[in-house]
Design a protein around this ligand. Structure first.
Ligand code: DQA
Length: 144
């Protein structure tokens, strides 16, 4: 399968950013992990990260007809971006939402995801491994 892994704002600072919450591994480490995991399963994973809502929307649009599945961590946009929700709904590529941290046990605003309703599933609180678990959903043949 061809995966597009989309990461939203501030995730480029993984490793430096609040390591007590997000861990010490970097964004580069995350990309390596998902690429290796995809390769081990006869697949490919391209990584895209942006701190800009419009760029993320453009990447979702461009994925249509190119990728089999999107794994997306919209970061803070999760909690208020109806534009990303609409973009995910607008394309024929199924998406799975991932969060590194346990968003339900943090500030109350993080417990709300406005983007998850456009996704076939959501996983949080499993660190970087959550991205592999999201890919597993598609690799096991359930395209949602
Ligand atoms: C996050 C959780 C969000 O609430 C936060 O704004 C992030 C990262 C996570 O992966 O745990 O930037 O999506």
């Amino acid at each position: 399968m061809k995966f597009l892994i989309i990461n939203g704002p501030n995730l480029n600072l993984l490793g430096k950013r609040e390591p007590g919450i997000y861990g010490k591994r970097t964004y580069g480490d995350l990309c390596q992990l998902v690429r290796d995991y995809a390769a081990d399963h006869g697949s490919t994973a391209d990584c895209f990260q942006s701190n800009h809502e419009g760029a993320i929307i453009d990447a979702i649009h461009a994925a249509d007809g190119v990728y089999d599945a999107i794994v997306i961590n919209p970061a803070a946009y999760t909690h208020y971006s109806y534009a990303i929700l609409d973009a995910l709904k607008a394309v024929d590529v199924p998406a799975f939402e991932v969060h590194i941290s346990h968003i339900d046990s943090r500030e109350s605003f993080r417990a709300v995801s406005v983007t998850a309703p456009a996704c076939v599933g959501q996983i949080y609180g499993h660190g970087f491994e959550g991205y592999c678990m999201a890919m597993d959903h598609f690799l096991k043949g359930d395209k949602g």
